[in-house]
Design a protein around this ligand. Structure first.
Ligand code: CTP
Length: 395
């Protein structure tokens, strides 16, 4: 878990910073807050002191080296909300309060999440400063479009808490996968019988989408092909929505050349109705559905994979997890088969046996799918890409 220095400058979006501190703490991070004097007109330091469990600073008080010590203590310096005034001062190297002086002495990763009126944000001077900051390696978490507190519409809303939290996790991880492209399929496919009915399965897409998040944290470029999903989509990841197994197959083939690694996590329907009724089928005494086989996408990819890394999943009854997993690993020509026990379905926790092409196997357990996804990514790095994490620097 990380040590987060959270800078807060004056914007009405400051009310979201309270929740941000709370969520960072809940995730297990340590948070120290440094505020601009003007921002205290909105919310007092006592609120941030209470939420973070650490003293919140507006000025140097009795430590003349606070502007050195706070950044040195931190793993990451995030300023959210960052007013246009504060970002412009940082771009020009002005240190006229504790927060901007901390930004001057900070050597590590700096992230700014601007918030402000759309005209202020679009102002050419502000844009020039943003450009300059980006060129210097500062991460700008772009504001979102929508209705602003000033009643105007446009880009200026502080990034959502979810996005900010995701960027913090990104900032705390090394980037061994920089330049590495991963294609992931997630969620359930749907095979329509008529215009309103379909065959599908219980997949929520949580594991596939969690893998996408975590792979981005480690620097990979990620594209997701998603069937139906019922969990929140990961921020900053390109998502291609598809419906049926056939749609998914086509999209996978389209993006296959782009990828270095393909992870087939989607629960693909093995069958589809032989015909589709253009309308709504009327009720009758009995109905027989004639199903035909869908392509096995993973098997087809196994035939054309060449030097790409191919990862498959299998959901199996505990008793035949290994036997079936090994069969699928070989038959589908995979580098890794992640075998999940059926008994895990519907539970929070994550359990899997990883079966590698070199005949080794590893068991994996985590208390959540997100933590499971991170353990899995670490195994991919170590065993398939031969990148030991201990030797890697942070972002
Ligand atoms: N898969 C696929 N195309 C299909 C069915 C499955 O690409 N038509 C992929 C899944 O994304 C998963 C892996 O194959 O990565 C295993 O899926 P699973 O349904 O467990 O196995 P099947 O090969 O379909 O075999 P069975 O249903 O008999 O267990």
């Amino acid at each position: 878990m990380g040590k987060i220095l959270l800078g807060i400058s004056s914007s009405i979006a400051i009310y979201k910073a309270c929740e941000l501190v709370r969520e960072l703490k809940k995730t297990g991070h340590e948070v120290k807050v440094v505020m601009t004097p003007f921002s205290e007109r909105f919310i007092s330091r006592l609120t941030f002191h209470t939420l973070s469990g650490n003293k919140a600073y507006v000025d140097w008080e009795d430590d003349p080296l606070l502007h050195i010590n706070l950044p040195r203590w931190s793993d990451l310096f995030l300023i959210a909300p960052c007013s246009i005034n504060t970002l412009s001062k940082i771009a020009m190297g002005i240190g006229d309060n504790l927060l901007t002086t901390c930004a001057l002495s900070h050597k590590g990763l700096l992230m700014l999440a601007p918030a402000g009126n759309v005209e202020m944000y679009k102002n050419p001077v502000a844009q020039e400063h943003l450009q300059k900051l980006k060129e210097r390696g500062v991460i700008i978490v772009e504001p979102e479009e929508g209705k602003l507190v000033c009643e105007e519409e446009g880009q200026g809303k502080l990034a959502s808490i979810k996005r900010l939290l995701d960027w913090v996790e990104w900032g705390l991880r090394p980037k061994p996968l920089k330049g590495y492209r991963v294609l992931i399929t997630a969620g359930a496919t749907r095979e329509f019988i008529d215009k309103v009915r379909f065959i599908s399965n219980l997949s929520t897409g949580l594991m596939g989408l969690s893998l996408a998040r975590v792979l981005r944290w480690y620097g990979a470029e990620v594209k997701v092909i998603a069937g139906y999903t019922s969990v929140e989509e990961p921020p900053e990841v390109e998502i291609h929505k598809v419906v049926s197994a056939q749609d998914m197959y086509q999209k996978v083939l389209e993006l296959f050349d782009w990828a270095h690694m393909v992870i087939m996590n989607s629960a693909v329907s093995d069958y589809k109705p032989a015909s589709f009724y253009e309308g709504k089928l009327k009720k009758q005494e009995s109905l027989t559905l004639h199903l035909v086989k869908n392509p096995d996408i993973l098997s087809e990819l196994g035939k054309i994979k060449k030097d790409k890394i191919l990862v498959g999943f299998a959901l199996e009854e505990e008793e035949r997890l290994l036997q079936e997993g090994l069969r699928k690993l070989k038959e589908k020509n995979l580098d890794l088969l992640v075998a999940n026990p059926l008994q895990m379905m519907g539970s929070e926790e994550y359990r899997a046996v990883l079966l590698f092409k070199d005949n080794t196997k590893e068991e994996l357990y985590a208390s959540s799918k997100l933590l499971g996804a991170e353990l899995l990514v670490k195994k991919l790095l170590e065993k398939l890409l031969k990148l030991p994490l201990q030797s890697l620097p942070r972002a």
